[in-house]
Design a protein around this ligand. Structure first.
Ligand code: NAP
Length: 264
């Protein structure tokens, strides 16, 4: 299916690896021009070069990159100095650390809220009015399945991302909707990325079990009996950004292999 978005410009945050890279890859495969953002320049440049080598030639898409911390005002200013207007914005940054809520002080909460709530809101604010004027816009926020089914040790994530989810539910239904702008959240369950590897390695050290044994136990909790892969996540993101998805707005789209046990 031709998604009808070739030639559009996308900002894809947190895209040197993992889910963000999966989204950037799927968009470039559709001929979308992409500006990739992450903090570490070396990995970002490697990933951008690979997308250019593998897909840009055949699709004609441009791939730019900007090594910045998207959760800072200075980082966002540097990104928008590189390019001001985007038709598509995928918001993403690292998730907050796990822990016990008794140990989190105000600074820990502010950091989580900044990264996982206020940064996406700022990116939405910076881009949606110009999208509306052009009559087309797609925002996809990478959040987490923990918004629907909270994970006890991820209280910082549960709280901050729920704040973003509430904001999106409101703003997606404003007059922007009639001007061709959709704003949706894409909720990963367990995907095979460095983040999950780090979580499993941390648990292995704590429990003395092997990483593979812990990964197997985790897979058994998922009806699909496997972790998701970033390419399939990227394909869902690209579809949410497509012309065909213009009537999907204000939704929380869960990709978790059936792990969430609820009816709705
Ligand atoms: P990942 O493999 O660790 O990749 C994270 C990407 O974001 C990297 O490119 C990283 O590069 C970049 N990044 C992190 N902080 C950034 C910042 N402040 N500014 C700019 N770029 C930043 O993680 P992932 O698994 O793809 O996860 C992406 C998001 O989904 C996270 O918020 C995570 O909590 C959430 N999530 C993931 C899963 C899963 O199963 N993977 C499940 C639920 C939720 P640099 O470090 O170089 O900046």
């Amino acid at each position: 299916m031709d998604l009808g978005i070739a030639g559009k410009w996308a900002l894809v945050c947190g895209s040197s690896k993992g889910l963000g890279l999966g989204c950037a890859k799927a968009l470039v495969q559709e001929g979308v021009n992409v500006l990739m953002v992450a903090r570490g320049e070396e990995q970002l440049q490697l990933s951008a070069s690979k997308l250019i080598a593998d897909y840009a030639g055949s699709t004609g898409a441009s791939v730019l990159f900007c090594a910045q911390d998207i959760t800072t005002e200075a980082g966002r200013a540097a990104v928008f100095a590189m390019r001001g207007d985007f038709d598509i914005v995928v918001t993403n940054a690292g998730g907050p650390p796990p822990g016990d809520f008794r140990d989190w002080d105000r600074d820990a909460w502010i950091k989580a809220v900044d990264a996982n709530m206020l940064t996406p809101i700022d990116l939405i604010k910076a881009t949606v009015d110009a999208m509306a004027q052009r009559g087309f816009g797609r925002i996809v926020n990478i959040t987490s399945s923990s918004v629907k089914a909270p994970i006890d040790v991820l209280g910082l994530s549960n709280g901050a991302r729920s704040g973003l989810t509430g904001f999106v539910a409101g703003v997606a239904r404003t007059s922007l909707a009639a001007q061709g702008v959709t704003i949706n959240n894409l909720l990963p369950g367990v995907f095979d990325t460095d983040r999950i590897k780090a979580v499993l390695e941390g648990n292995a050290k704590k429990t003395g079990q092997s990483v593979e044994a812990l990964a197997d136990a985790r897979r058994k909790t998922i009806p699909a009996r496997r972790f998701g892969n970033p390419d399939e996540f990227g394909a869902i993101c690209a579809f949410l950004c497509s012309m065909q998805a213009g009537y999907i707005n204000g939704q929380n789209v869960l990709a978790d292999g059936g792990a969430y046990p609820g009816t709705y």
